[in-house]
Design a binder for this molecule. Structure first.
Ligand SMILES: Nc1ncnc2c1ncn2[C@@H]1O[C@H](COP(=O)(O)OP(=O)(O)OP(=O)(O)O)[C@@H](O)[C@H]1O
Ligand SMILES: [Mg+2]
Length: 323
Protein backbone atom coordinates (compact mmCIF):
# COMPACT_ATOMS: atom_id res chain seq x y z
CA UNK A 1 0.00 0.00 0.00
CA UNK A 2 1.25 3.51 -0.69
CA UNK A 3 2.64 5.49 2.19
CA UNK A 4 0.11 8.32 2.24
CA UNK A 5 2.11 10.19 4.86
CA UNK A 6 4.53 11.12 2.08
CA UNK A 7 1.87 12.53 -0.20
CA UNK A 8 1.93 16.20 -1.18
CA UNK A 9 -1.68 17.23 -0.82
CA UNK A 10 -0.98 20.92 -1.07
CA UNK A 11 1.96 23.28 -0.99
CA UNK A 12 0.56 26.23 0.90
CA UNK A 13 3.58 28.16 2.09
CA UNK A 14 2.64 31.36 3.93
CA UNK A 15 6.14 32.83 3.56
CA UNK A 16 5.77 32.96 -0.24
CA UNK A 17 3.93 35.87 -1.91
CA UNK A 18 1.00 36.07 -4.35
CA UNK A 19 -0.40 32.53 -4.17
CA UNK A 20 -2.57 31.01 -6.86
CA UNK A 21 -3.82 27.58 -5.87
CA UNK A 22 -4.70 25.75 -9.08
CA UNK A 23 -6.41 22.42 -9.41
CA UNK A 24 -3.14 20.49 -9.45
CA UNK A 25 -0.38 23.03 -8.87
CA UNK A 26 0.22 25.64 -6.22
CA UNK A 27 1.82 28.75 -7.66
CA UNK A 28 3.53 31.84 -6.24
CA UNK A 29 4.52 34.93 -8.17
CA UNK A 30 7.76 36.62 -7.20
CA UNK A 31 7.77 40.29 -8.17
CA UNK A 32 10.55 41.62 -10.37
CA UNK A 33 13.65 42.79 -8.55
CA UNK A 34 16.87 44.48 -9.70
CA UNK A 35 18.34 41.33 -11.30
CA UNK A 36 15.31 39.28 -12.36
CA UNK A 37 12.10 39.91 -14.23
CA UNK A 38 8.93 38.56 -12.69
CA UNK A 39 9.13 34.86 -11.79
CA UNK A 40 6.66 32.16 -10.87
CA UNK A 41 7.17 29.23 -8.53
CA UNK A 42 5.08 26.30 -9.79
CA UNK A 43 4.73 23.41 -7.33
CA UNK A 44 3.14 20.20 -8.60
CA UNK A 45 1.08 18.57 -5.88
CA UNK A 46 -0.09 14.95 -5.87
CA UNK A 47 -3.72 16.00 -6.45
CA UNK A 48 -5.66 14.10 -9.10
CA UNK A 49 -8.27 16.30 -10.73
CA UNK A 50 -11.24 15.34 -12.91
CA UNK A 51 -14.77 16.66 -13.39
CA UNK A 52 -13.47 20.09 -12.32
CA UNK A 53 -12.69 18.88 -8.81
CA UNK A 54 -10.08 16.98 -6.81
CA UNK A 55 -10.71 13.24 -6.50
CA UNK A 56 -7.76 12.20 -4.34
CA UNK A 57 -3.98 12.32 -4.04
CA UNK A 58 -1.67 9.91 -5.84
CA UNK A 59 1.79 9.40 -4.28
CA UNK A 60 4.68 10.62 -6.48
CA UNK A 61 2.39 12.13 -9.11
CA UNK A 62 3.71 15.66 -8.58
CA UNK A 63 7.32 14.54 -8.83
CA UNK A 64 6.59 12.39 -11.90
CA UNK A 65 4.87 15.26 -13.72
CA UNK A 66 7.60 17.76 -12.87
CA UNK A 67 10.34 15.39 -14.00
CA UNK A 68 8.52 14.42 -17.18
CA UNK A 69 7.95 18.06 -18.10
CA UNK A 70 11.65 18.64 -17.41
CA UNK A 71 12.60 15.84 -19.77
CA UNK A 72 10.51 17.40 -22.54
CA UNK A 73 11.48 21.01 -21.86
CA UNK A 74 15.12 19.93 -22.21
CA UNK A 75 14.39 17.93 -25.37
CA UNK A 76 12.58 20.78 -27.12
CA UNK A 77 14.46 23.90 -26.07
CA UNK A 78 16.05 24.09 -29.52
CA UNK A 79 12.58 24.37 -31.10
CA UNK A 80 10.94 26.85 -28.80
CA UNK A 81 12.14 28.87 -25.80
CA UNK A 82 10.36 27.90 -22.56
CA UNK A 83 9.66 29.48 -19.21
CA UNK A 84 12.03 27.36 -17.13
CA UNK A 85 14.75 29.08 -15.11
CA UNK A 86 15.61 26.25 -12.70
CA UNK A 87 14.32 23.25 -10.75
CA UNK A 88 14.80 24.07 -7.07
CA UNK A 89 13.12 20.83 -5.94
CA UNK A 90 11.90 17.56 -7.54
CA UNK A 91 8.32 18.93 -7.51
CA UNK A 92 9.07 22.54 -8.42
CA UNK A 93 9.72 24.64 -11.49
CA UNK A 94 10.99 28.17 -11.11
CA UNK A 95 9.86 29.87 -14.29
CA UNK A 96 9.59 33.27 -15.84
CA UNK A 97 6.20 34.68 -14.99
CA UNK A 98 4.49 35.17 -18.33
CA UNK A 99 1.32 36.79 -19.53
CA UNK A 100 -0.44 33.57 -20.52
CA UNK A 101 -2.10 33.83 -23.93
CA UNK A 102 -5.84 33.04 -23.77
CA UNK A 103 -5.65 30.16 -26.24
CA UNK A 104 -5.01 26.51 -25.44
CA UNK A 105 -3.01 25.08 -28.33
CA UNK A 106 -4.43 21.57 -28.62
CA UNK A 107 -2.88 19.46 -31.38
CA UNK A 108 -4.10 16.06 -32.52
CA UNK A 109 -2.55 13.37 -34.66
CA UNK A 110 -5.39 10.83 -34.51
CA UNK A 111 -9.17 10.71 -34.70
CA UNK A 112 -9.63 10.08 -30.99
CA UNK A 113 -11.14 11.35 -27.78
CA UNK A 114 -14.28 11.06 -25.72
CA UNK A 115 -15.28 14.56 -24.63
CA UNK A 116 -17.74 16.84 -26.41
CA UNK A 117 -14.94 18.87 -27.98
CA UNK A 118 -12.92 15.85 -29.18
CA UNK A 119 -12.67 15.41 -32.92
CA UNK A 120 -13.86 11.78 -32.78
CA UNK A 121 -17.07 12.87 -31.05
CA UNK A 122 -17.68 15.61 -33.62
CA UNK A 123 -16.78 13.32 -36.53
CA UNK A 124 -19.17 10.61 -35.37
CA UNK A 125 -21.93 13.19 -35.29
CA UNK A 126 -21.30 13.60 -39.01
CA UNK A 127 -19.31 16.80 -38.77
CA UNK A 128 -16.39 17.11 -41.23
CA UNK A 129 -15.53 20.79 -40.75
CA UNK A 130 -14.05 21.33 -37.32
CA UNK A 131 -11.79 23.94 -35.76
CA UNK A 132 -11.29 25.39 -39.26
CA UNK A 133 -10.10 22.09 -40.78
CA UNK A 134 -11.87 19.76 -43.18
CA UNK A 135 -11.43 16.05 -42.46
CA UNK A 136 -11.87 13.44 -45.21
CA UNK A 137 -14.78 11.00 -45.19
CA UNK A 138 -14.19 7.38 -44.26
CA UNK A 139 -11.87 7.80 -41.27
CA UNK A 140 -12.28 5.15 -38.62
CA UNK A 141 -12.09 5.46 -34.83
CA UNK A 142 -8.50 6.08 -33.69
CA UNK A 143 -7.12 6.38 -37.23
CA UNK A 144 -4.10 8.59 -37.91
CA UNK A 145 -5.10 11.90 -39.50
CA UNK A 146 -3.55 12.78 -42.88
CA UNK A 147 -1.51 15.34 -40.89
CA UNK A 148 -1.74 16.64 -37.32
CA UNK A 149 -4.22 19.47 -36.84
CA UNK A 150 -4.41 22.26 -34.27
CA UNK A 151 -7.80 22.38 -32.53
CA UNK A 152 -7.50 25.45 -30.33
CA UNK A 153 -9.82 26.27 -27.46
CA UNK A 154 -10.12 29.44 -25.46
CA UNK A 155 -8.43 29.33 -22.11
CA UNK A 156 -11.28 30.03 -19.70
CA UNK A 157 -9.77 32.00 -16.84
CA UNK A 158 -12.94 31.86 -14.76
CA UNK A 159 -13.43 28.10 -14.61
CA UNK A 160 -15.79 28.27 -17.60
CA UNK A 161 -15.72 25.58 -20.24
CA UNK A 162 -13.36 25.45 -23.18
CA UNK A 163 -15.00 26.32 -26.46
CA UNK A 164 -13.83 25.19 -29.92
CA UNK A 165 -12.27 27.94 -32.01
CA UNK A 166 -10.71 28.45 -35.42
CA UNK A 167 -7.49 30.31 -36.21
CA UNK A 168 -9.51 32.98 -38.04
CA UNK A 169 -11.90 33.34 -35.11
CA UNK A 170 -9.05 33.70 -32.64
CA UNK A 171 -7.38 36.46 -34.61
CA UNK A 172 -10.69 38.17 -35.45
CA UNK A 173 -11.61 38.21 -31.75
CA UNK A 174 -8.25 39.79 -30.97
CA UNK A 175 -7.16 36.99 -28.60
CA UNK A 176 -3.79 37.04 -30.36
CA UNK A 177 -2.48 38.88 -33.42
CA UNK A 178 -2.04 37.15 -36.79
CA UNK A 179 1.74 37.25 -36.36
CA UNK A 180 1.44 35.72 -32.89
CA UNK A 181 -0.90 33.04 -34.19
CA UNK A 182 1.52 32.12 -36.97
CA UNK A 183 4.33 31.75 -34.43
CA UNK A 184 2.15 29.74 -32.03
CA UNK A 185 1.03 27.39 -34.80
CA UNK A 186 4.60 26.88 -35.99
CA UNK A 187 5.84 26.12 -32.46
CA UNK A 188 2.89 23.83 -31.79
CA UNK A 189 3.39 21.69 -34.89
CA UNK A 190 7.17 21.48 -34.41
CA UNK A 191 6.91 20.57 -30.73
CA UNK A 192 4.32 17.93 -31.52
CA UNK A 193 6.41 16.48 -34.35
CA UNK A 194 9.40 16.20 -31.99
CA UNK A 195 7.17 14.63 -29.33
CA UNK A 196 5.74 12.09 -31.76
CA UNK A 197 9.14 11.18 -33.13
CA UNK A 198 10.72 10.71 -29.69
CA UNK A 199 7.69 8.81 -28.38
CA UNK A 200 7.81 6.54 -31.42
CA UNK A 201 11.44 5.68 -30.72
CA UNK A 202 10.30 4.49 -27.27
CA UNK A 203 7.46 2.36 -28.63
CA UNK A 204 4.80 4.96 -27.84
CA UNK A 205 2.37 7.03 -29.86
CA UNK A 206 1.85 10.65 -28.81
CA UNK A 207 -1.80 10.96 -29.86
CA UNK A 208 -2.65 14.50 -28.84
CA UNK A 209 -1.53 17.16 -26.41
CA UNK A 210 -2.09 20.70 -25.23
CA UNK A 211 0.39 23.58 -24.94
CA UNK A 212 0.10 26.90 -23.16
CA UNK A 213 2.24 29.83 -24.24
CA UNK A 214 2.83 33.24 -22.76
CA UNK A 215 4.57 36.54 -23.40
CA UNK A 216 7.64 37.67 -21.50
CA UNK A 217 8.25 41.31 -20.65
CA UNK A 218 9.76 41.83 -24.13
CA UNK A 219 6.66 40.41 -25.84
CA UNK A 220 8.51 37.24 -26.84
CA UNK A 221 6.46 34.02 -27.00
CA UNK A 222 7.63 31.26 -24.62
CA UNK A 223 6.28 27.81 -23.90
CA UNK A 224 4.74 27.80 -20.39
CA UNK A 225 3.00 25.40 -18.05
CA UNK A 226 3.86 21.72 -18.73
CA UNK A 227 4.71 19.71 -21.84
CA UNK A 228 3.85 16.18 -22.98
CA UNK A 229 2.91 14.95 -19.50
CA UNK A 230 0.21 12.29 -19.10
CA UNK A 231 -2.02 15.04 -17.65
CA UNK A 232 -1.77 17.20 -20.77
CA UNK A 233 -1.40 14.46 -23.39
CA UNK A 234 -2.72 11.14 -24.58
CA UNK A 235 -0.24 8.34 -25.26
CA UNK A 236 -0.91 4.94 -26.77
CA UNK A 237 1.37 1.90 -26.66
CA UNK A 238 2.54 1.38 -30.25
CA UNK A 239 2.77 -2.37 -29.83
CA UNK A 240 -0.93 -3.23 -29.75
CA UNK A 241 -2.18 -0.21 -31.69
CA UNK A 242 -2.65 -2.05 -35.01
CA UNK A 243 -4.56 -4.95 -33.49
CA UNK A 244 -6.83 -2.63 -31.52
CA UNK A 245 -7.41 -0.42 -34.54
CA UNK A 246 -8.34 -3.41 -36.71
CA UNK A 247 -10.68 -4.69 -34.01
CA UNK A 248 -12.24 -1.27 -33.56
CA UNK A 249 -11.33 -1.18 -29.88
CA UNK A 250 -9.48 1.50 -27.93
CA UNK A 251 -5.70 1.20 -28.28
CA UNK A 252 -3.75 0.32 -25.13
CA UNK A 253 -2.59 3.32 -23.15
CA UNK A 254 -1.27 4.29 -19.74
CA UNK A 255 -4.31 3.37 -17.76
CA UNK A 256 -4.32 6.34 -15.43
CA UNK A 257 -8.06 6.96 -15.58
CA UNK A 258 -9.27 4.01 -13.49
CA UNK A 259 -10.09 6.26 -10.55
CA UNK A 260 -11.98 8.64 -12.80
CA UNK A 261 -14.01 5.78 -14.29
CA UNK A 262 -14.60 4.20 -10.88
CA UNK A 263 -15.95 7.49 -9.50
CA UNK A 264 -18.11 8.18 -12.57
CA UNK A 265 -19.67 4.70 -12.26
CA UNK A 266 -20.69 5.35 -8.65
CA UNK A 267 -22.08 8.86 -8.54
CA UNK A 268 -22.79 12.02 -10.47
CA UNK A 269 -19.19 13.20 -10.30
CA UNK A 270 -20.08 16.84 -10.91
CA UNK A 271 -22.50 17.10 -7.99
CA UNK A 272 -22.38 14.21 -5.51
CA UNK A 273 -19.79 13.77 -2.76
CA UNK A 274 -16.85 11.67 -3.98
CA UNK A 275 -16.90 8.17 -2.43
CA UNK A 276 -13.76 6.99 -0.66
CA UNK A 277 -11.38 5.64 -3.28
CA UNK A 278 -9.88 2.20 -2.53
CA UNK A 279 -6.21 2.34 -1.52
CA UNK A 280 -5.25 -0.36 -4.06
CA UNK A 281 -6.63 1.80 -6.85
CA UNK A 282 -4.54 4.76 -5.70
CA UNK A 283 -1.45 2.54 -5.49
CA UNK A 284 -2.13 1.22 -8.98
CA UNK A 285 -2.50 4.75 -10.37
CA UNK A 286 0.82 5.74 -8.78
CA UNK A 287 2.39 2.73 -10.47
CA UNK A 288 0.93 3.79 -13.84
CA UNK A 289 2.32 7.34 -13.55
CA UNK A 290 5.76 5.96 -12.70
CA UNK A 291 5.54 3.49 -15.56
CA UNK A 292 4.66 6.35 -17.91
CA UNK A 293 7.74 8.26 -16.76
CA UNK A 294 9.99 5.24 -17.30
CA UNK A 295 8.54 4.30 -20.68
CA UNK A 296 8.65 7.85 -22.01
CA UNK A 297 12.13 8.77 -20.81
CA UNK A 298 13.78 5.35 -20.86
CA UNK A 299 15.23 6.06 -17.40
CA UNK A 300 14.33 4.79 -13.94
CA UNK A 301 12.17 7.00 -11.76
CA UNK A 302 14.02 7.87 -8.56
CA UNK A 303 11.48 8.69 -5.86
CA UNK A 304 12.76 11.29 -3.50
CA UNK A 305 13.94 9.50 -0.39
CA UNK A 306 14.91 12.32 1.92
CA UNK A 307 13.64 11.64 5.41
CA UNK A 308 11.26 14.57 5.71
CA UNK A 309 7.79 14.96 4.19
CA UNK A 310 7.62 16.44 0.68
CA UNK A 311 6.17 19.67 2.06
CA UNK A 312 9.03 20.09 4.55
CA UNK A 313 11.55 19.35 1.82
CA UNK A 314 9.95 21.86 -0.56
CA UNK A 315 9.82 24.49 2.18
CA UNK A 316 13.53 23.99 2.80
CA UNK A 317 14.38 24.16 -0.90
CA UNK A 318 12.31 27.31 -1.40
CA UNK A 319 13.49 29.10 1.73
CA UNK A 320 15.78 31.38 -0.36
CA UNK A 321 12.63 32.86 -1.89
CA UNK A 322 10.89 33.63 1.41
CA UNK A 323 10.15 37.31 1.81
N1 LIG B 1 5.25 30.72 -16.79
C1 LIG B 1 4.00 30.96 -16.36
N2 LIG B 1 3.60 32.22 -16.05
C2 LIG B 1 2.36 32.46 -15.59
N3 LIG B 1 1.42 31.52 -15.41
C3 LIG B 1 1.75 30.24 -15.70
C4 LIG B 1 3.04 29.89 -16.19
N4 LIG B 1 3.09 28.55 -16.40
C5 LIG B 1 1.86 28.08 -16.04
N5 LIG B 1 1.05 29.08 -15.62
C6 LIG B 1 -0.31 28.97 -15.10
O1 LIG B 1 -0.20 28.44 -13.76
C7 LIG B 1 -1.31 27.59 -13.45
C8 LIG B 1 -0.80 26.20 -13.06
O2 LIG B 1 -1.62 25.60 -12.10
P1 LIG B 1 -2.77 24.58 -12.49
O3 LIG B 1 -2.56 24.04 -13.87
O4 LIG B 1 -2.97 23.64 -11.38
O5 LIG B 1 -4.00 25.56 -12.55
P2 LIG B 1 -5.47 25.17 -12.98
O6 LIG B 1 -6.38 25.31 -11.82
O7 LIG B 1 -5.47 23.87 -13.71
O8 LIG B 1 -5.77 26.34 -13.92
P3 LIG B 1 -5.83 26.26 -15.47
O9 LIG B 1 -7.22 25.78 -15.73
O10 LIG B 1 -5.55 27.68 -15.85
O11 LIG B 1 -4.76 25.28 -15.90
C9 LIG B 1 -2.18 27.57 -14.70
O12 LIG B 1 -3.20 28.54 -14.56
C10 LIG B 1 -1.20 28.00 -15.82
O13 LIG B 1 -1.86 28.62 -16.89
MG1 LIG C 1 -3.78 23.52 -15.61
Amino acid sequence: MPDMSRVLEHARIPELPNPYYGKVRDNYDLPADATHGPRRIIISSDRLSAFDRILCCVPWKGQVLTQLARYWFDATADICPNHVLSYPDPNVVLGRKLEILPVEMVVRGYLAGTTGTSILTLYKRGQREMYGHRLPDGLRDNEALPAPIITPTSKAFDGGHDEPLTAEGIVAAGLVSQAQWDQLAEYTLKLFARGQEMARSRGLILVDTKYEFGLDTDGRILLADEIHTPDSSRYWIADGYEAAFDAGTRPPSFDKDVIRAWVAARCDPYHDPIPEIPAEMIAETARVYIEAFERITGTAFVPDSSGVTPLDRIRANLAPFFG
